[in-house]
Design a protein around this ligand. Sequence first.
Ligand SMILES: [Zn+2]
Length: 161
Amino acid sequence: MENNSKRLLNRTTYKRIKNMDREQLSGYVTNVYLNGYEAGRKAATPDLLLRTFREVLLSIDSIGPTRADAIMKKLSDTFALKEKEAEQAEGSDTRNTPRRPDYEADGYADGQLVYDTAYCPECHHMFEEGVNDWHSAYCPDCGQKLDWTPEPEETTEEAEA
Ligand SMILES: [Zn+2]
């Protein structure tokens, strides 16, 4: 039994698309593509989907090859952006796991190294003891969660000369 509901463009949708302006159409096609991509990623390669969409676009009277390619470009740009956003979301999971700053001894007090400088392990933001972001829970630059304990040695106390 043929299932017409599975046709990509039924008559109603077709008429609706024909009345859309360029921006509406781009948005519509992008949504269809992204939904279709999610649903079809196991069944079809992105290449096949992209080629299919280009054919669909070209089958619409008001869309010529130039416009179809412009829409395809927007689709692949949007797709790349979505992938990047997904990567960044994964990255933010990593940033929520506390990491120790990299301490750096940049001087001596009473013959002992003083660790009064530290760097974000993710972006190398520099923290200096006494500056207000020292011991802050998150890196102010990249959002990496920081674990400030334990410090390397008991060498950060004020050296009284
Ligand atoms: Zn950072």
